[in-house]
Design a protein around this ligand. Structure first.
Ligand SMILES: *[C@@H]1O[C@H](CO)[C@@H](O)[C@H](O)[C@H]1NC(C)=O
Length: 374
């Protein structure tokens, strides 16, 4: 590029960034999070369960006797909710080296303290499986305590950002994702902006201990969910705003297709008892995100731009925090969209777990869980 081109391109990016921040501050305008037809703005009436001294309950799981939920938080612990009167208690942790892990949110220490993301209980044994962003696929017994690593690499490639899992108890296998072989969790926005495509869906056979890479080349491999009949497994491809489906049995076994395309960036996927899927969107895809992801020149300039992480995150998510959850049928049609459009109560949600007429809602950034009565 000539000096002149550099000058003009920089001027364009600056102008767009300024326009984007101005327009989104007012909460409207072309850079604001887009509207979704038919969505219901009901989450402002959700209740919250505060976390004390902790933040970022990314995943939510109930144990086989229905107790909990359990959540993994930013300082590496897994906490258990024991109801209003008893509150939260420590259940498990993924690092033995916890002396420095005292602040609720300290991304620079995540590789020391661990960062539990996806949580799933084995219904028969009561063991909790944990996808820890830094320590791989882990397991801890029903009494909790220090989790131990089960799998830390596949095909000679160490995991860099283990993210979510689901368990097929009939086949005795675990499906899980490693988001990227290049970027760590605390660099999640860089992984998206660089359109990193090194994400993998991996299968772990519990009896043979064999590890198999099922899908590679995923652009930010995120949430994982099996279908009710276990004929397919879904994987959220966050950067492309898609849910991918890998067929496990039947005539299409071994092939993959796009289950659905979404108006935003999917995080975890959780099946309800009817076999439908709740997908939490980290944020909707506004014009700034569209430009960044579709125009390589814009993205390249943005990545070289002296702009803080939080500012970039704010621009990328439309300037206004919000919460969007989508319920999908077993064949991928959108059944329901529930939102907090202005982030009055919920924002940047990561998982929606339906249980007994309530939605339990996690967030990778917020210091509370949301609870919404259906
Ligand atoms: C949760 O924390 C917020 C902020 O500190 C506070 O305003 C709110 O009352 C708390 N809610 C509950 C249910 O404890």
């Amino acid at each position: 590029m000539t000096m002149l081109t550099v000058f003009f391109s920089t001027a364009i990016v600056t102008t767009i960034a300024v326009l984007a921040s101005l327009s989104s501050q007012k909460g409207s305008g072309i850079f604001a999070p887009p509207k979704i037809a038919g969505s219901r703005d009901v989450f402002p009436s959700a209740k919250v369960v505060n976390l004390t001294g902790a933040s970022g309950p990314e995943s939510v799981a109930f144990d086989p006797s229905g107790e909990g939920p359990y959540v993994g938080v930013s300082d590496g612990r897994v906490l258990k909710w024991r109801g209003e009167s008893l509150g939260w208690s420590d259940f498990a942790y993924t690092s033995a080296n916890r002396q420095k892990c005292v602040r609720p949110f300290a991304p620079e220490l995540e590789h020391v303290c661990g960062r539990p993301l996806g949580l799933r209980f084995d219904e028969k044994t009561g063991d909790l499986y944990i996808a820890d962003a830094y320590f791989g696929l882990m397991i801890v017994g029903p009494a909790g305590g220090l989790a131990k690593p089960l799998v830390t690499e596949a095909e000679g490639q160490p995991f860099r950002f283990t993210n979510d899992l689901d368990i097929d108890e009939h086949e005795d296998v675990i499906y899980f994702t490693d988001t990227s072989t290049r970027f760590q969790r605390r660099q999640f926005l860089a992984a998206v902006l660089n359109v990193d495509k090194t994400g993998r869906l991996i299968k772990y056979d519990r009896s043979s201990k064999k590890v198999t890479v099922l899908v590679q080349g995923i652009a930010f491999a995120n949430g994982v969910a099996l279908s009710k009949d276990r004929s397919f497994v879904l994987v959220a491809e966050t950067t492309t705003c898609k849910i991918l489906r890998l067929w496990l049995s039947g005539p299409k076994a071994g092939t993959q297709d796009v289950f659905t395309e979404l108006p935003g960036f999917p995080d975890n996927i959780r099946r309800n008892s009817n076999g439908e899927f709740w997908v939490a969107l980290h944020s909707k895809k506004g014009l700034f995100a569209k430009l960044s992801l579709s125009q390589a020149w814009f993205r390249d300039l943005l990545l070289r731009f002296p702009i803080s992480g939080p500012r970039l995150h704010s621009l990328f998510t439309g300037g206004r925090p919000h919460a969007t959850a989508m319920k999908l049928s077993e064949s991928g049609e959108v059944l329901e969209v529930l939102e907090d459009r202005e982030g009055k109560r919920l924002r940047f949600i990561s998982e929606v777990e339906e249980k007994d007429g309530k939605l339990w809602i996690g967030s990778v950034l917020m210091p509370f869980l949301g609870v919404y009565d259906l």
